[in-house]
Design a protein around this ligand. Sequence first.
Ligand code: SF4
Length: 366
Amino acid sequence: MNALLASSDIADIVQKVEAGVRLDARDGLRLFQTNDLATLGFAANLVRQRLHGDTTTYIVNRYLHYSNVCWDTCKFCSFYRKPGEPGSFTKTVEDITAWARQFADQDIAELHIVGGLHPSLKYPYYLEMLRGLKSVLPRTSLKGFTAVEVDWFCRISRKPAAVVMHELHEAGLDSLTGGGAEIFAEHVRKQICPNKIDARRYFEIHGIAHDMGLKTQVTMLYGHIESDADRVDHILRVRDHQDHTAGFQVFIPLAYHPENNAMKAPRATGMTDLKVYAVSRLLLDNVPHIKCYWISAGLKLAQVSLSYGVDDLDGIVYEQERIFHDAGSATPQAVTEEGLCKLITEAGRTPCRRDSRYNLLKTITA
Ligand code: SF4
């Protein structure tokens, strides 16, 4: 270890990382509290290089928001509308399949499907939507619904989660999105999303998907009222679950955006963003990928994040993204494949197009 590293207040943790020793909650807290961002990035990059070398993946995907109508009122949410409220929308299955037909001949690896908890749509709507999409886009992986939506489907269908998950899968669902995780600590959930399912239910639903052989994602919404300890607790709950199922392919930190919602916390700083990526990479020794969702983070931060543990950038999105743009995100709605690859190459990494299961499809050389 060189003199500069040895003088860092996290030098002992870096030594553990170099030796491949699992970090604990205390280490996680110290990593969040250090101001030595350079050493933190060095350690996170060590793990990233070990797992992926310079490979940086992205996917060609599209977004489908089938409805923004939701009975819940999570404080951080800028997306939901009440039924009949100006700006509310609900697409019919016919609208959705007609929309999908427009790009049936394109090479779209994944469709990301998410909506609100609609108070009056019936359960068969969701199955018909999946069947319709699969018939039009048989080669596109359907990554749909948060665990919160799946729990809602259980309530409206009066069926257990295992049955609902099997029916969704039979209708065409290939994986679950990671949304709804927010911050798992109960005292935070009580304040920001008191009606939402708890951590136990979130992991139960993802566990069912994992037992079925599906791979899913998991997120963390940070930068609002949570403490460093809450973040560490969140990340370690993911690690504990992953020790049992190995079903999470990727961890996605998402910064809270303050516009148009009831919770008026300021936007997290760049320092916090980079710490969150790096600490996630260091604590989650059993989750293969750390994603930067550039639509939320911005392309410039996404590029820098590649030196702080991130190895996957959310992809070439064609659709108008609603959840973060309604909350004030000023990022572009889409980026070309060439633009994203240039950004990755400039960061000294090798861009590689992937599919929904992280199989590498095409390496782009500069
Ligand atoms: S976060 Fe989801 S469940 Fe909560 S209000 Fe928004 S759309 Fe509804």
